[in-house]
Design a protein. Sequence first.
Length: 134
Amino acid sequence: MQPCGFIRSALPRGFTLLEVLVALAVLALSAAAILTQTGQGVRLQQQLELRSAALALADSELALIGSSGEWLPLGQQKRDVSGGTRNWEVETRVEGTASAELRRVTVAVRMAGSNGGAASDGALVSLTTFIGRY
């Protein structure tokens, strides 16, 4: 004998509308988080590529200065360099040290026409070396 009330069927009923809506909301939140992280990853990758190119240029400039064998005069020099699809501004600053036989050389690289960057002076990359007179 069955009690009064509803009779349960043995067939599967499926998901309710509420369960489907909750699942869709979770999926939408997950997709939004993934898209946000992907966008940040792309921006960081572009910044790293830009800094890597600037670092290679600054390193090349220091290598040219070091291999020239010239005793550099004190002062600052700026020049524009075209590399690949970008234009760069390279600033070379030569400063004296406590020793008259030693010079501090700093090469700063920034995007041409830009006023902002990672360093306080707006440079993407700034490398410093010391050159002595032999």
